[in-house]
Design a protein around this ligand. Structure first.
Ligand code: BGC
Length: 262
């Protein structure tokens, strides 16, 4: 598949996670996935080279030629991965975008997974058309964050690593994984999330906070329980596809398939 005049603008989006690597071609004008998602287990150990080979397998699965957007759950600055909280430590300081592009043999745009989710929510989801300060928080294995100010994404905010509540970090207190590992019921988990959101409120005064990650499927269990905050809260709309769609969008902007709306 590739882009042809008069046809939908399509980019391949790939979402690298700790347990699975998923991809699908995305119509970047509508956010629609144009084929069923394909998922391959994340290799062990998940080094950049091993992960790059899986990305290549996905590219071959879709017989894709053209730009490819790829997410990664770490700080990504100018194509270099700078952290590795829940992934193999060999990603720290790795020129990951180049490593993947070399293995795949096609142009790659690499970005943080929560930034991708934020971009997708802003263009096609719950934050569509919203001005002001929008914060997308993803609750999964870790906690990811995307800050969007008047429609512009401020990348690599890493609010999951805020020291909260006292001597640990937020993602060790109220991520989706913490909820599962400690088998927390909603009545026990919600006060944790609420405390974290109150902390974010004090630090950032956002206008709107969108909660993504696996948990967002159950938004009705936590959204009404959030108290003492001065912003609107909602569950993410794109849920599982946000990473794939956001990755495709960012690659579309980078490689001139699409011009970002100003
Ligand atoms: C990482 C972030 C990532 C988040 C969600 C955190 O541990 O530091 O970069 O966005 O997990 O995957």
């Amino acid at each position: 598949m590739a882009n042809v005049a008069g046809q939908p603008k399509v980019v391949l989006g790939i979402d690298i996670g700790g347990t699975g690597i998923k991809g699908a071609p995305v119509n970047v004008e509508t956010g629609e996935l144009l084929a069923e998602r394909e998922r391959i287990d994340t290799p062990k150990p998940a080094t950049p080279e091993a992960v790059a080979k899986v990305v290549k397998q996905l590219v071959e699965h879709f017989k894709w030629t053209g730009p490819i957007g790829v997410t990664f759950p770490a700080i990504v600055r100018n194509g270099v991965t700078l952290s590795a909280a829940n992934v193999d430590k060999s990603w720290i300081n790795a020129p990951a975008e180049q490593i993947i592009a070399d293995v795949v043999g096609q142009p790659i745009k690499l970005l943080n997974d929560a930034d991708a989710a934020g971009l997708a929510e802003q263009v096609f989801g719950a934050a569509k058309g919203r001005m002001g300060k929008v914060l997308v928080i993803t609750l999964g294995t870790g906690i990811g964050s995307a800050l969007i100010v008047d429609g512009k994404l401020i990348t690599n905010t890493e609010f999951g690593h805020l020291i909260f509540p006292k001597d640990g970090i937020a993602e060790h207190y109220c991520s989706g994984k913490v909820k599962d590992d400690l088998d927390l019921k909603w009545k026990d988990f919600n006060p944790r999330l609420n405390g974290y959101l109150q902390h974010l409120d004090l630090l950032l005064s956002p206008d709107f906070v969108i909660i993504g990650g696996g948990i967002s499927k159950k938004a009705e269990k936590f959204v009404p329980e959030m108290k003492g905050i001065r912003f609107e809260v909602a569950g993410a709309t794109l849920q599982n596809d946000a990473g794939i769609v956001g990755a495709a969008l960012e690659a579309a902007y980078t490689y001139g398939v699409l011009t970002p709306a100003s």
